[in-house]
Design a protein around this ligand. Structure first.
Ligand code: ADP
Length: 421
């Protein structure tokens, strides 16, 4: 799939570059050609227009001789389309040129090749009143005047330019295709990585959903085997079903949170928040629970701690961390929740005296579906998504979360929230 997209992007880039190249090539060629022929055309036009025939001779009609060009020769066409050599008078410079000109359709200006030379030809009506040329064969009524100039050097320059443009286009295309492919490949790396991550996420999610579904199915089938049993008799299976449904509900809610956060559909609503208040609520909820499970939960917070935060998400964050501390600390144990100020930053830490995390696993604890001890996590109702959600919440507040842990001693999750977010 990525290879096809890669080829398509490369092709599209190359086509766009080629069109730009062709456009500029055409503009440059057209401009140079215009500049090269402009001078010749002007001189030809001047000579054809400003010379008159007086007493059978070709004479300047104006005093302006500046545009006189000895390269140009002038031919005349009479009313019977015969071509007469006029200037220079004596001989027809190029034999057969008269014939070529006589066959040309009258066109204002054109370039023609003849016997390995290129000629610029201007063909206009002859306007002077005294347009009778006296020849040995008698007077001739002149109808059109044709100026011809040899333009070999201009045509050669244009040919060279065309060769340069075309070879530039070919080399440029080659470079563009290679560079385009390389750049497209580079830009695809993060897209590919994120695609693969997403694929992995979907695969892991399906896998995680399969276990509770299998448990549900087997328990329901076992109940069906004894249709005469009472609910009381099947209470263990019914409890299993309810527990798995709870677990699945939690998993689905967490999956939805992460999927929405990936799609940027989930936003935190930042508002002025008293961290003290949230910590107090959490303490109220967790201290009795911790006591019941045999933990000593200590909650400390220093002076007034205010920050811009999403109250619900901040609460959710503390629940995840305290829940983990209790899940992975064998009772009796000690858990500490501390909220302090450092400079303008708000620091929150959750420390436990639990099993700890092996150092090689530390970089992965915030990964989705990562679970150090799958069986323990599952037994305690874990999904492997808690810390990924915690990290997302912290990052949405512009903060950072880190973990320090020693196997058998305990773990400490520390969060720094920047002051004015
Ligand atoms: P889970 O639902 O499995 O708890 P989490 O994302 O919350 O998923 O945590 C990922 C893993 O990190 C856990 O399975 C566990 O191995 C490890 N972990 C998290 N918190 C602690 C802690 N306080 N002490 C020891 N290990 C922890």
């Amino acid at each position: 799939m990525f290879n096809r997209t890669l080829r398509r992007i490369t092709a599209m880039n190359s086509i766009v570059f080629m069109l730009i190249f062709v456009f500029f090539g055409t503009v440059i060629y057209g401009y140079v050609s215009f500049r090269l022929f402009d001078k010749v055309d002007e001189a030809m036009f001047h000579m054809a227009n400003n010379f008159a025939i007086a007493n059978g001779r070709f004479v300047p009609a104006s005093r302006n001789r500046a545009l006189f060009d000895p390269r140009i020769f002038i031919l005349l066409k009479d009313d019977q389309e015969r071509v007469i050599n006029l200037f220079p008078r004596d001989e027809l410079y190029v034999e057969g040129l008269g014939e070529l000109v006589s066959q040309l359709p009258p066109d204002y200006i054109q370039t023609k090749n003849f016997e390995n030379h290129s000629y610029r030809i201007l063909d206009i009506p002859f306007m002077y009143q005294d347009n009778i040329l006296h020849t040995q064969q008698g007077p001739i009524a002149v109808k059109r005047v044709i100026a011809v100039s040899i333009v070999d050097s201009e045509v050669a320059s244009l040919r060279d330019l065309l060769i340069i443009i075309v070879s530039g286009l070919v080399t440029g295309m080659l470079i563009i295709v290679l560079a385009g492919y390389y750049l497209a490949r580079r830009s695809m790396i993060p897209i590919q990585a994120s695609w693969e991550k997403q694929q992995q996420f979907v695969a892991d999610a399906s896998h995680e959903l399969r276990t509770p579904l299998a448990v549900l199915k087997s328990n329901a089938e076992l109940i069906l085997r004894h249709p005469s049993h009472t609910v009381e008799e099947e209470s263990i299976r019914v409890t299993n079903i309810i527990r798995e449904v709870r677990r699945m509900t939690k998993l689905v809610v967490e999956l939805l949170t992460l999927a929405r956060s990936d799609a940027n559909q989930l936003e935190v609503k930042l508002e002025p928040t008293s961290v003290n208040e949230i910590v107090e609520i959490i303490a109220e909820q967790f201290i009795p629970l911790a006591e019941m499970e045999g933990f000593d939960l200590k909650v400390n917070f220093s002076e007034k701690l205010d920050m811009m935060a999403d109250k619900e998400r901040l609460h959710q964050l503390l629940v995840i961390l305290l829940d983990n501390a209790m899940k992975y600390t064998p009772a009796p144990g000690e858990i500490q929740l501390t909220a302090t100020k450092q400079g303008n930053n708000v620091m929150i830490a959750v420390q436990d005296s639990g099993q700890g995390i092996p150092s090689e696993d530390l970089p992965r604890v915030f990964d989705r579906f990562y679970r150090g001890d799958k069986a323990r996590s599952r037994e305690k109702g874990g999904t492997g998504l808690g810390l990924s959600i915690a990290k997302w919440i912290v990052e949405q507040h512009g903060g950072k979360i880190s973990v320090d842990s020693k196997l058998g001693v305990g773990s400490k999750f520390s969060i720094v929230f920047p002051a004015k977010k």
